[in-house]
Write a protein that binds this ligand. Structure first.
Ligand code: SF4
Length: 290
């Protein structure tokens, strides 16, 4: 494969199989992952060749992550065929995980979701990004909040695990409060088992980056990002969720389990804000990977 490979941090130990190239949507203004990559689904012959190589080098693998951007977008029959082939070739395989958009999940029937689960599809990584419809519209997410919430409910009812990602600062200064509140509300309705809060970083080559440079998008400050997270966490009512905000984009690395650690998490955030060391004027230092 010649395009860059992206996978969630939790998939570091998984065998990554790039059965697709790029993202079928590829229009979110904040996302630079697959810019310049022409979306393409590998055909059956190419996938067989990919699996031949993988089976030779990683025969005992237990976890597989299917890349790239929205493998769940594939028609059900194709997904079923890929999962069935994986089960045959990797006898120790326990779970197959992938990125999924809400609309791609919604396009599958309940029976299809259950069948995919039976074929060891396990965790779906879904980028909610924001629960605020106006923020999603501005960043051209191309997904409806109600669709994502409905998809989350149906996926979980089928036994699939849901890992949801949200992006702090995605509404900019203008919508920080709306973004925080509406995102918490959407998460409360989704009740994901895993939740990751990353920070929206304007990456060169994206429209968000251009908007920041041109003064069309005012980024939340470093302090503002923590205040936004404080607001969001304060409103979260999650019954069984592992929460992580420990990506390099985050101002302070945090990890907690809801509902048990909510009060401690709020105390930690209050302590960070009270310490007064954060940049209240600008976004703070850029992550090292930029
Ligand atoms: S955020 Fe997801 S859906 Fe949007 S362009 Fe990037 S990979 Fe595609």
């Amino acid at each position: 494969m010649n395009n860059p490979l992206f996978r969630p941090p939790a998939e570091a130990d998984s065998l990554i199989l790039q059965v697709d190239q790029g993202c079928p949507y590829n229009r979110c203004t904040f996302c630079g992952m697959y810019r310049g990559v022409q979306y393409r689904r590998l055909d059956t012959t190419e996938i067989r060749r990919l699996l031949d190589g993988a089976a030779r080098h990683a025969a005992g693998v237990r976890r597989i992550f299917l890349a790239d951007g929205d493998v769940m977008r594939r028609p059900f029959a194709e997904l079923r065929a890929i999962l069935a082939e994986l089960a045959v070739r990797f006898s120790d395989l326990a779970r197959v995980n992938t990125y999924a958009t809400g609309s791609a999940i919604a396009a599958k029937t309940d029976g299809e979701l259950a069948e995919l689960r039976a074929l060891k599809l396990h965790t779906l990584y879904l980028g909610l990004e924001s629960g605020d419809a106006e923020t999603l519209r501005r960043v051209r997410k191309g997904e409806e909040i109600e669709t994502m919430i409905g998809a989350a409910a149906r996926a979980q009812a089928a036994g699939l695990r849901l890992s949801v990602m949200v992006l702090l600062g995605l509404g900019g200064r203008e919508r920080t409060r709306e973004h925080a509140a509406a995102t918490a509300d959407a998460l409360n309705r989704m009740q994901p088992r895993l939740l990751s809060a990353l920070r929206a970083i304007p990456v060169p080559g994206t429209e968000l980056y251009d908007d920041v440079r041109a003064g069309r998008f005012a980024q939340v400050s470093e302090r503002g990002a923590v205040e936004e997270l404080r607001l969001m966490v304060g409103r979260l009512e999650l019954t069984n969720t592992v929460f992580r905000a420990n990506h390099t984009s985050n101002v302070v690395p945090l990890e907690a389990r809801f509902p048990r650690d909510k009060a401690v998490l709020l105390e930690q955030l209050d302590a960070v804000l009270a310490a007064g060391g954060l940049d209240a004027a600008g976004p703070g230092p850029q992550p090292l990977w930029l």
